[in-house]
Write a protein that binds this ligand. Structure first.
Ligand code: ADP
Length: 476
């Protein structure tokens, strides 16, 4: 295929190397999706502890002498067909712990660590490297927010820039006094540019300087104009409205495929799903005649996990059961354990992160619950669609864009794919679960909705075309 252009993608996470959330899935999936559109993409992330060992045959492609207290070297290598670039700067990234935090909480120098990533991305994009010159720099979230700003304030070299907001709740704040240290111009310290409630905000810096802003669903793009979703940045979004678009994430349909599971099944032949359900019930010691629901999620306020203790008792009384896989807020972890203790044989909880288990859960369950207060896109409801595991979701953000509520009209028209509710509270969620139970009791209708769900297009093709069109508009 003819190459239309080149993109340097910069982020703090990328599957299969490092993941704390959906950001990593998306960053890891985009290169293959865009290759199909003629756009070549290479991905730059930090070389966190032990990541370098995961790539073989790495070539040094960039050296940055003065990177906030040490040298940085960028290595290029390939993993699972992905063209990866790793920024090796041990003084910033070779630490025991997660990408953003260690045993004592958030790393004290996160502003500098991710400024360094952004700095190197902007310099490499501007100059080109390894015989390769990008047309577009694509920055993801607050961790890469300074990258478009460095292009804007230190010279773009003709490179266009895109900032994608995967979650506006994480903004990357730094004190104003660090403006020189962060290599940003003092003249730009005003509300129309870098200033943010008296300090600096890397996400805002990216939002005011990037040529285009995208977020990960059309509904979230519209929601961001409102204070309850914009979280302080709604005015910035409004000022850039002409350059903002919402492009839905897809899922990797090769990885998330019921046909590829140990107990395979398809819309035509669902017996594998029944076997997977039975195995799941044995594994977790649960027995349910009604719908078996799952939750696979960070256990946080955003995800509405605190609503579960209010709705699960009625759901269990109506014959339902729930298996919860997740970790996060200790109080919510305790609340989930409390539910398990209260409803033995009906509610089971696994605290932790377990990709393989999540596949077994989607294979075997009847429904997946996603009661988010806000959800930029969300991936688990799309896994649910793929697996005929009907999504029960709050009608916000990408959840509203991907699930068609089983209203009488949608059922009649044969297009329903799940159950949605609004607002995100226990009353509406409880009502949705009652509807789920009723739907489950009507085997014929249930099977039809399952078939619709499994036929839904949740792959990357349409979104990749939208990104390609966006990049095309930036080629100079
Ligand atoms: P967010 O990025 O806000 O956490 P998303 O739905 O966009 O939410 O993406 C979450 C991703 O992380 C999904 O791929 C989901 O399956 C996965 N995930 C979340 N928690 C767990 C867990 N405890 N075990 C396995 N996978 C998980």
């Amino acid at each position: 295929m003819e190459i239309r252009g080149r993109v340097l993608s910069v982020a703090s996470e990328c599957v299969p190397l490092i993941k704390t959330g959906g950001l990593a899935d998306v960053v890891g999936a985009l290169p293959a999706a865009l290759a199909g559109q003629g756009w070549q993409m290479r991905v730059l992330i930090p070389a966190y502890r032990r990541l370098r060992d995961r790539l073989d045959a790495m070539d040094e492609v960039w050296r940055e002498p003065n990177l906030w207290g040490g040298e940085g070297v960028v290595y290029a290598g390939v993993i699972d067909g992905l063209d990866m670039l790793l920024l090796d700067a041990p003084h910033l990234f070779d630490r025991e712990g997660g990408p953003y935090s260690g045993p004592g909480g958030d790393w004290w120098d996160n502003a500098q660590r991710f400024a360094a990533l952004s700095w190197v991305a902007a310099r490499m994009a501007r100059a080109g490297f390894d015989g390769w010159k990008p047309d577009v720099l694509h920055a993801h979230d607050w961790q890469a927010g300074f990258a478009p700003a460095y292009l804007a304030y230190h010279g773009s070299g003709g490179v266009g820039s895109v900032l994608t907001i995967h979650n506006i709740a994480f903004q990357g704040w730094a004190p104003a006094a660090q403006i020189d240290d962060l290599r940003l111009p003092r003249e730009a310290f005003h509300p129309g540019a870098l200033e943010y409630f008296g300090g600096l905000c890397s996400l805002k810096a990216g939002m005011v300087t990037a040529d285009r802003i995208t977020t990960v669903s059309p509904t979230y793009a519209a929601e961001l104009l409102r204070p309850e979703f914009g979280m302080g940045l709604e005015g910035v979004i409004r000022a850039r409205a002409a350059d903002v678009s919402g492009i839905l994430n897809g899922v990797d349909i090769a990885v998330w495929s019921p046909e590829a599971e140990p107990m395979p099944y398809s819309a035509k032949k669902m017996t594998g799903k029944a076997a997977a359900r039975a195995a799941l019930c044995v594994e977790f010691g649960v027995q349910v005649a009604g719908p078996l629901a799952i939750v696979v999620s960070r256990l946080t306020d955003q995800k509405g996990i605190d609503l579960l203790p209010q709705v699960v008792p009625d759901f269990v009384a109506a014959g339902g059961g729930v298996i919860i896989l997740g970790s996060g807020d200790p109080a919510l972890e305790a609340a989930m354990r409390g539910l398990e203790a209260r409803f033995p044989g009906r509610v089971a909880v696994r605290i932790g992160y377990d990709e393989a288990l999540s596949h077994r859960l989607f294979s075997g369950a009847d429904a997946v619950l996603v009661p988010s207060r806000f959800e930029p896109c969300g991936l688990t409801q799309m896994y649910g669609l793929r697996y005929g595991t009907l999504p029960v979701v709050a009608a916000v953000g990408g959840l509203a864009d991907t699930v068609i509520h089983a209203s009488p009209a949608a059922l009649r028209a044969g297009v329903a794919t799940g159950v949605t509710f609004h607002p995100t509270d226990a009353v509406a969620f409880g009502q949705a679960l009652r509807q789920l139970c009723a739907l489950h009791a009507d085997a014929k209708t249930w099977a039809r909705v399952q078939a619709n769900a499994m036929a839904a297009d949740v792959g990357w093709q349409a979104s990749a075309a939208a990104y390609a069109a966006l990049y095309d508009g930036l080629v100079r």
